[in-house]
Design a binder for this molecule. Sequence first.
Ligand code: ZN
Length: 447
Amino acid sequence: MHVTYWCEMAWLPPGEIVESVVVGVEGRRIVEVRPEAAPPPGAVRLAGLTLPGLANCHSHAFHRALRGHTQTGRGSFWTWRERMYAVAEALGPDSYLDLATATYAEMALAGITTVAEFHYLHHGPGGRPYADPNAMGHALVEAARRAGLRITLLDTCYLTGGIGDALTGTQLRFGDGDADRWAARADNLAQVYEGEEDVEIGAAIHSVRAVPPEQMPVVVDFAHRHTAPLHAHVSEQPAENEACVELYSATPVQVLHEHGALGPRSTAVHATHLSDVDVALLGGSTTHVCMCPTTERDLADGVGPARRLLDAGSPVTLGTDSQAVIDLFEEARAVELDERLVTGERGHWHAEQLLNAATAIGQASLGFPDAGCLVPGAWADLVSVRLDSVRTAGATKATAVEAVVFAATSADVYSVVAGGRRIVEDGRHVLGDVGALLGEALAPLNR
Ligand SMILES: [Zn+2]
């Protein structure tokens, strides 16, 4: 089916705002981009600024149930962790399908067209596998499809509760015993979705805390065999670094480097507390770094050296991680604004670089190099942002990108086409009232 859109303004490569742009869409792809063209008869008009699809490069869907709850009292690390385990304990494939569908629909409303789900809640209570050992993974793929997103499902290897500690309690649901059994299950998952354009099965090493170094090469090998993304939580808190150095005489980045886990298809998530050597290893291997500033500030993790990493060679991407908020404009500006607070200086990042991190760079890091860019042949993702809201009114062609990155919120996204399908129109998702869907999915977890 052919649909013609006419954009009042669009952000086109190599990063310029162009007025009056006709975008032709055939099936899932863009087939035509015509700048400075009159609106053809019958074209769908998109006011404001139209962007390519945003990529959420780090998500744990079930953490949406933590919002608000982990802020009670003074919101310590322990209120966060207790709630996280309580929610993980309560979910099964059906309830996770409902929660993830609603959470991904919230992402769609925020202009996200691809989500990277860092998935480790694999098994039933006590660690008993479901009849289909990938039942939870299938629920997440189905949720993304219902919400209209592409998904990079990062099947996560999670073997120990801490360096040298066995899994206990809820953690038993995360573990496969060893990396070989993890790989057998993940291979089966990848087989099921082979050839499906909207699903990419990737791998993740949960962290140096959860995967012993000698098991890491099995996960790395999976990513190589499937030419798939490989993610890992890295140096989120100083305690992780201290325990790692004490046992392995190496930082988490060094351990990942020594076991082949860094490279252009890899993403280090957080990368908050790094040595100069760590920065050189990540940058030198062109490993992506996914910053999740709203989660990092919520958990008092600190501020990672995003600009130094970029200068060293690491492309930077963005993620909502714990879903404290779901708003990639907020994540994007936080990368610059947090760095201002740390250094006492402005001007580390241009708005355009941050928008690039949220779109083309993020999409490519998740295995969709042909997304995040409004050009013929690319995935037909069109995210339209109001420039007449209380937050964005006054934006001009010259300042639209700055206005969106530094002042817009996800509430300013009013239309989303993802993979050629219009999933948000006039601020409403095709599934209906997403607030109500979230309320229904969260209610059983709040009892
Ligand atoms: Zn995470």
